[in-house]
Design a protein around this ligand. Structure first.
Ligand code: PLZ
Length: 445
């Protein structure tokens, strides 16, 4: 289909990057914003359309990150802008738990329809991914009467105090900011690139299960949280069969299986939820990021009997599922259907494989290219080894951002180049961005 973009879908640099206005803003920022909010590239943005961001100096940049997987349908989609503006002029807030409104119910209905599983599903809506994960913990504990929570190595589940305890790496996310709550256990994941050669998904699952049995005890465990495709952990895709075996183990032992789909869900990988690639139906699913085209909204959706274990008043929050965010989400769902965006995600996957799939053969610093839909990771290593190469990643990011391409970093060792472009990014933009990244990879090789 042809789309109308308010900005041409091409990269165009009119200044060095960052440009003079960005440099000026950066000086003001350093004087006013906490350095704790670090940034990947100090290029200040003014507008966007489709897969292009326009900075304050008029440069057009290719966005390969979508603000960490949020603007999946493209920047400033006109349908989302119109829905939010219309809702903002009608009603911006009542608090659903004081006096409700239809948008909230419609989003819950839609989530019941698109999440995996053919059973009654209920949802709650909140503001952020971390808040969704926290609520999933509360719900799973209330339902099971158990306390322990397991997460997978390399996981990212958020930055609140509870979700920090569920997030794998200490630096820079956790360092110095504890104490964190107890009864949270990180268990081994299936990481095909780093597991022993030939290890199957089932074998990796048995390793995880053995760890649970010997460190936690299956009957103590309330929930197992998994990202079916890990995002911040470095686009780790567990081996086939891994999640199937884990979900059987959870069912056998009364453990709630939670798919954290905050980064990989809502169509990014060519299916509504990335757990679908593993052929598994989770008990609970978290959604956020891409769900509302950039407006803050997140959800927990799952089996009605689990979601309803919490007493009325046991879950809440002032802004959760607010009228404008939910209006935006309903527009996102419509756009997905009207523009056939699940298919577009598959097109992006094909175009990426065709363009970057041979990088491990071409560049000695590339250990592996892996991905699904519009979610790819390029793991960088010291040539001839599997030793992580964070210096190479730093150099690639510096070259890319100086040349108007904005990818992301990832991985427990800061050595995975992460691509989360919009699913409407053109093949031409993929080609142009890949050329810039290749220049950088050739230099560091
Ligand atoms: N679960 C799987 O990917 C957010 C965080 C950016 P919030 N990941 C990017 C940053 O630097 O904090 C994420 C995720 C998964 C939970 C979260 C948390 O979602 O909306 O950021 O709270």
């Amino acid at each position: 289909m042809t789309r109308d973009f308010s900005v041409p879908q091409t990269r165009k640099l009119v200044t060095a990057l960052p440009g003079p206005r960005s440099v000026e803003l950066q000086e003001r920022r350093v004087a006013s914003v906490s350095r704790g909010a670090g940034t990947l590239a100090n290029i200040y943005m003014e507008s966007g359309s489709g897969a292009i961001l326009v900075d304050v100096d008029g440069n057009r940049l290719i966005d390969l990150g979508c603000g960490i997987g949020v603007t999946t349908i493209g920047h400033a989609h006109p349908a989302v802008a119109a829905a939010a503006a219309e809702q903002a002029s009608k009603l911006t807030h009542t608090l659903f738990t004081v006096t409700p409104y239809e948008n909230y119910v419609r989003v819950a209905e839609k989530l019941a329809e698109i999440t995996p599983g053919d059973f009654d599903k209920h949802s709650i809506l909140v503001n952020s991914g971390a808040e969704a994960v926290e609520n999933a913990v509360k719900i799973a504990r209330k339902f099971t009467g158990r306390r322990a929570i397991a997460t997978l190595d390399h996981a990212f589940h958020g930055r609140t105090n509870l979700t920090m305890a569920m997030t794998y790496r200490p630096w820079p996310e956790r360092a110095g900011m504890g104490p964190f709550p107890g009864e949270i256990y990180s268990v081994p994941i299936s990481y095909p690139f780093r597991d022993p050669e030939g290890m199957t998904g089932e074998e990796a699952a048995e390793r995880t299960i053995d760890y649970i049995n010997t460190h936690i005890g299956a009957t103590e465990l309330a929930a197992l949280f998994v990202e079916p495709i890990q995002g911040d952990g470095g686009i780790i895709i567990p081996a086939p069969g891994y999640f199937k075996r884990l979900s059987e183990f959870c069912t056998e032992n009364g453990i709630v299986f939670v798919a954290d789909e905050i980064q990989a869900g809502i169509g990014r990988t060519g299916t509504w939820y990335s757990i679908e690639h593993h052929g598994v139906v989770p008990d609970l699913v978290t959604s956020a990021k891409g769900i509302a085209g950039g407006f803050p909204l997140a959800a927990v959706t799952g089996r009605a009997e689990i979601m309803d274990a919490v007493q009325p008043g046991g879950i809440g929050g002032t802004f959760g599922g607010n009228p404008v965010s939910t209006a935006a989400a309903l527009a996102v769902f419509d756009v997905f259907e009207q523009e056939n965006l699940l298919e577009e995600a598959k097109r992006v996957e094909k175009a990426l494989w065709a363009r970057i799939g041979d990088w491990a053969e071409k560049f000695p610093v590339v250990g592996e290219v892996r991905g699904k839909g519009a979610m790819f990771g390029i793991e960088l290593v010291k040539p001839g080894t599997k030793t992580p190469n964070p210096d190479a990643l730093k150099a690639v990011l510096a070259h890319a951002t100086a040349n108007g391409v904005i990818p992301l970093d990832a991985g427990s060792w800061d050595s995975v180049l992460r691509l989360l472009p919009s699913v409407i990014i053109s093949d031409e933009l993929i080609d142009d961005a890949a050329t810039v990244l290749e220049e950088a990879l050739a230099r560091v090789s």
